[in-house]
Design a protein around this ligand. Sequence first.
Ligand SMILES: [Zn+2]
Length: 157
Amino acid sequence: MLSIGGVMNRAIFVELDGIIRFNVLNKISMIKSIGEIGIYTDRVNTLRELKELGFKILGIAYQPNLDQDFSAEVALATNEKTAFLFDEIVWCNHSFNETCFCKKPDPSLIESLISKYELDLNESVFIGMGNKDLVYALNARIKNFFFRDNFFVRNEL
Ligand SMILES: [Zn+2]
């Protein structure tokens, strides 16, 4: 969707692992194969209602155990399993010790999406897990933040 007359878009940024996606083997481990992808469908349904209200739904993942090609496959499989909820899924697959611009809490990955989708940050929300994701969202200048365990409750900053 193009913005018209200066009207900007709004988005929900979602940390995938632990919020939308879980490992069917044990709920906790990172995804290592397509067959391990489980989906929290109630949350997908909630986000779909927001998508129908005009929010872009943008997924973010950290998957250092997957190479670039397989990361793309896992992203596509995740989107298929959510009946294509996501407008886009982005990821960092660099190892913990590697230096890169796409790893939390560097906001570069989010900033590229803000620019691409011409997002109004005052109307956009980050759904993440706890303090680390909160810092990540604030680095990207997103003030609206939800915690995983209070998926529907706005965090007061
Ligand atoms: Zn990276």
